[in-house]
Design a protein around this ligand. Structure first.
Ligand code: G3P
Length: 473
């Protein structure tokens, strides 16, 4: 059996082919443009991404099933007849809707949204982005009038366009802030509040319901990338957690078959982990908005010449030398949800150079991640060794610093594509089959010194990052 996993992420689309016995073959990777047309705006071209997905499917040759992992809350509008995009993809990091949400909060609507969607009012989620598209893009308004408007997360667009199946899955829908978390269906009141016509949204299915076919292969499973990675890491029972370091860093923990609403009070997000048809499993999620994207900033800004600059670092930590970097390029996510916080570097000395900044950047991502894990740890007992994957998980300085400042132990594997492994397993399940997990070597990294002493310094810097509001020129 050959299962093709397509991991359509924020910065690239990757394809991995899995066999039933756990062999994983990398088919290819295609990067795409992220555009930043205005401060806080992040956009992608849906056609570019669809072409990338198709070229990877063609490169893989005949397969028995496809699993599609999507980048979460990113969303768009398209035409139901031509299947052409009517908007750019508005990426999950995009904060153009901050003021709309502030107005909604001032009108006292946050309570309703929290009760129905089990999510805070934040630009991260799709609802306000979709409402913005309907209210601001004439093409979308015209399509609505003509009864041809479709709205949804990126998975729904790719499935409609490439597999002729207008649908989304329950885990992805749980990230939109338009799904009622009790019923698992679109919520009329939320759609009204955010200005999203419910009839334009795709039907919600289980994660393994089948989503049409592409190039003769059935799309067995479709799911958000973070939930896919949770499944790929073998997390199945309450307390099983993982952290994936991609564009952002996302910690998810399985909480079982009931929704953990109280986690919302600690800034964590109750979410659907997966719906396998007969049972829905829930998780709580905590995200650091900028991880890989902070590294990319350092490369773009010339702070780092290559990723090597993040490997060769001073033996003493930057925080011990008084240098702290809070990489809040998209503001702060869990647990504070202060999206207008500014990135901040504090404690520069004349003897320091860009390498010190790279080191402090890694430490800042690690500290924000350890804050998320602390919040999750207050809600459930986490397993002894937390599996981590993704780009920065391969950096030994970073992982050791993370272990020290969180006081936790992490499991790093030689196979980094856990999102792909998870969605491939789910696609196999849709065929009534199981595939063996990819074979991997693993090593454990535990605390080597007590990094909790650094908390005061980081927390002080976070307060400053939250307090800094640049005045308009
Ligand atoms: O919520 C956004 C997240 O799912 C994106 O993941 O891997 O594309 O950074 P990634």
């Amino acid at each position: 059996m050959r299962i093709l996993a397509i991991d359509q992420g924020t910065t690239s689309t990757r394809a991995i082919l899995f066999s039933q016995t756990g062999d994983a073959r990398h088919i290819g990777s295609r990067s795409h443009r992220n555009e930043y047309p205005r401060h806080g705006w992040v956009e992608q071209d849906a056609n570019e991404l669809a072409v990338n997905i198709m070229s990877l499917i063609e490169a893989a040759g005949p397969v028995d099933a496809i699993g599609l992992a999507n980048q979460g809350e990113s969303c768009l509008a398209w035409d139901s007849v031509t299947k052409e995009p009517l908007s750019p993809i508005i990426v999950w990091q995009d904060t153009r809707t901050v003021q709309i949400l502030e107005r909604m909060a001032a009108e006292g609507l946050e309570k309703t949204v929290r009760r129905r969607a089990a999510l805070p009012l934040d630009p991260y989620f799709s609802a306000a982005k979709l409402g913005w598209i309907v209210a601001n893009l004439p093409k979308a308004a015209a399509a609505l009038k003509a009864g041809r408007l479709r709205l949804g997360t990126t998975d729904a667009f790719f499935l409609d366009r490439l597999a002729d199946c207008f649908a989304t899955d329950r885990a992805t829908a749980s990230r939109t802030s338009l799904m009622n978390m009790e019923t698992g269906e679109w919520d009329e009141e939320l759609c009204r509040l955010f200005g999203v016509p419910l009839e334009c949204l795709p039907p919600i299915r289980s994660n393994i319901a089948g989503f049409g076919s592409i190039a003769g292969a059935r799309v067995g499973a479709s799911i958000v990338d973070q939930q896919a990675a949770l499944y790929g890491h073998g997390c199945r029972i309450a307390g099983d957690a993982k952290v994936t370091f991609g564009t952002g860093a996302f910690a998810l923990t399985v909480t079982g078959t009931s929704l953990k609403r109280d986690a919302l009070e600690s800034g964590l997000l109750p979410t659907v982990a997966w719906d396998l048809g007969d049972e829905t499993t829930y998780a709580i999620d905590g995200g650091v908005q900028d991880a890989g994207s902070a590294i990319e900033w350092a490369l773009r800004a010339g702070m780092a010449r290559s990723l090597l600059d993040f490997e060769i670092l001073e033996p003493t930590t930057a925080v011990e030398r008084g240098l702290v970097f809070i990489p809040a390029f998209s503001g702060l996510g869990c647990p504070t949800w202060d999206r207008s916080a500014s990135p901040l570097i504090i404690g520069l000395q004349p003897s320091m150079d860009r390498r010190d900044i790279c080191q402090a950047l890694l430490e800042g991502v690690a500290f924000l991640t350890s804050q998320v894990l602390a919040a999750i740890g207050n809600h459930c007992a986490l397993q002894e060794h937390i599996p981590i994957d993704g780009g920065i998980a391969a950096n030994s300085y970073f992982v050791q610093f993370l272990a020290n400042c969180s006081g936790r132990s992490f499991r790093v594997g030689s196979f980094a594509e856990q999102t792909a492994a998870g969605v491939a397993s789910l696609a196999a399940l849709a065929l009534g089959e199981e595939i063996d997990p990819p074979r991997l070597q693993q090593f454990l990294v535990g605390p080597s010194l007590d990094g909790a002493v650094w908390s005061g310094i980081f927390n002080d810097a976070i307060c400053r990052a939250r307090g800094w509001r640049p005045a308009p020129l």
